[in-house]
Design a binder for this molecule. Structure first.
Ligand code: 5GP
Ligand code: ZN
Length: 114
C-alpha cells in the first residue's frame, strides 16, 4: 500500500533493525523502545489492524500469533514473561495503520497499562 510506513519497511524502502524477515512476516526493533526488548511483528500484507486481518485471513492470524510467540522465545524473554500488544484503533493509541504486534519484555511490566 502506498504511503504506509510498515509496507515501506517490508519493501526495504525504509531501514529497520530486523530481528527476522521471512516470506510472510517480519520483525524489527521499535524505534522508540519502551522496554529492553521491544520488537514489532508485522505481516507483509497490508491490513489496517488486527480486526481487518482477522476478518480477511483468520488462518493467517493463527500463523502470525505463532510467529510472535516464537519471536519472544528467540528474543530470550519467554521464560521470564513478556507481553504481546496489538493496539487497535484510536482509543487504544494505534499510531501506525498497518497491523503490528508489540513484543515487550526484559523488565517488569505494569498492569493495567495506561
Ligand atoms: P502503535 O502506537 O501503533 O501501537 O505502535 C507503533 C509503533 O511504531 C510505536 O511504538 C513507534 O515507536 C513505532 N514506530 C514508529 N515509526 C517507526 C519507524 O520508523 N521505525 C520503527 N522501527 N518503529 C517505528
Ligand atoms: Zn502497510
Amino acid at each position: 500500500m502506498d504511503d504506509c510506513l510498515f509496507c515501506k519497511i517490508a519493501a526495504d524502502e525504509i531501514p529497520a533493525d530486523f530481528v527476522f524477515a521471512d516470506d510472510e512476516f517480519l520483525a524489527f526493533r521499535d524505534i522508540n523502545p519502551q522496554a529492553p526488548v521491544h520488537v514489532l511483528v508485522v505481516p507483509r500484507v497490508h491490513y489496517a489492524d488486527m480486526a481487518d486481518f482477522a476478518r480477511q485471513d483468520p488462518d493467517g492470524v493463527g500463523r502470525y500469533l505463532q510467529r510472535a510467540v516464537d519471536a519472544a522465545q528467540e528474543l530470550g524473554v519467554a521464560d521470564a514473561g513478556y507481553r504481546l500488544v496489538a493496539n487497535t484503533g484510536v482509543m487504544a493509541g494505534q499510531t501506525v495503520p498497518h497491523v503490528h504486534v508489540h513484543v515487550l519484555g526484559g523488565r517488569p511490566l505494569l498492569w493495567p497499562p495506561g
